[in-house]
Design a protein around this ligand. Structure first.
Ligand code: 16C
Length: 247
């Protein structure tokens, strides 16, 4: 069949065979499955989730948590976006080509390994937060179709001998992130930009990996997470505006 360049690069509807023979496959599959399931669980009835940001359809919750004196507050955000699909959302979040256009905390990004069309390993350095040391991260990133009209990207820290932790200016942080998206449209209708809505669940846990002042860290994430989710979702809406819909 005929595909445009863009369609070929969209997240594949099935797991890429090259991933299933890679040593990271069991971990990638297990953590992605767990994260996607947790992302779609509500926050309403659960204890401990505190709302800290709300704007339009966006709600952000956190749970205060410390590990060895370091703030590791889990974050959970919910949002609803009209006019773009779950697959499109995940395409722009996963594909490194677009990352500098929406990710404002980045200093550098390197692709360490291309495991398969749906799985990459990244090394990233982030802007320094005064007065803490600069941070870097090394993580795999995997995009998959989770069920009908549902796609998700999971990012999780890993190791690589060519990228040792804490041997230069940066302290290595540890991250587990999941962006899970589900698209709906009225029963019996054909999906178009005018009748689709995508529900987004974004979950993130960052362990700073070394000392960072708790007050500064909480102030930074309270500002940066809402900024990220608003900027990223409006970026995707803008990118998709005049393109054919990819369900
Ligand atoms: O999920 C996001 N981005 C993905 C693609 O890049 C990927 C990234 C995960 C890394 C998340 C850790 C970011 C740490 C940034 C530290 C520097 C912030 C600089 C602020 C500007 C002055 O999954 C979107 C990620 C949105 C991140 C929001 C910021 C969260 C801060 C959390 C606390 C970091 C502790 C750092 C200790 C000094």
């Amino acid at each position: 069949s005929v595909h445009t360049r863009d369609q070929v690069e969209l997240p594949p509807p099935a797991i890429d065979n090259r991933l299933t023979v890679h040593p990271l496959w069991p971990e990638i599959d297990r953590i992605s499955t767990e994260q996607i399931q947790a992302a779609f669980e509500g926050v309403g009835g659960e204890i401990g989730w505190q709302l800290f940001a709300e704007e339009g359809d966006m709600r952000m919750y956190r749970r205060e948590m410390e590990v060895d004196g370091m703030v590791t507050d889990p974050l959970k955000a919910m949002h609803k976006v009209r006019g773009v699909t779950a697959r499109e959302m995940c395409h722009y979040f996963f594909n490194p080509r677009y990352r500098y256009e929406w990710e404002t905390t980045l200093e550098t990004m390197t692709i360490v390994e291309e495991i398969a069309s749906d799985s990459l390993v990244f090394h990233q350095t982030f802007k320094r937060i005064w007065p803490a040391s600069q941070r870097d991260a090394l993580f795999w990133s995997h995009v998959r179709q989770a069920s009908e009209n549902t796609y998700a990207v999971t990012n999780h820290s890993t190791t690589n001998a060519d990228y040792p932790a804490n041997n230069g200016a940066c302290i290595r942080l540890f991250v587990t992130v999941c962006l899970a998206c589900h698209t709906t449209y009225p029963a019996g209708e054909t999906p178009t930009r005018d009748n689709i809505t995508t529900s987004i669940a974004y979950c993130s846990t960052v362990n700073p990996g070394g000392w960072a002042p708790a007050g500064v860290l909480r102030a930074v994430y309270k500002r940066e997470y809402p900024k990220f989710l608003k900027r990223f979702t409006s970026y995707v809406v803008e990118q998709c505006r005049d393109k054919p819909i990819a369900i």
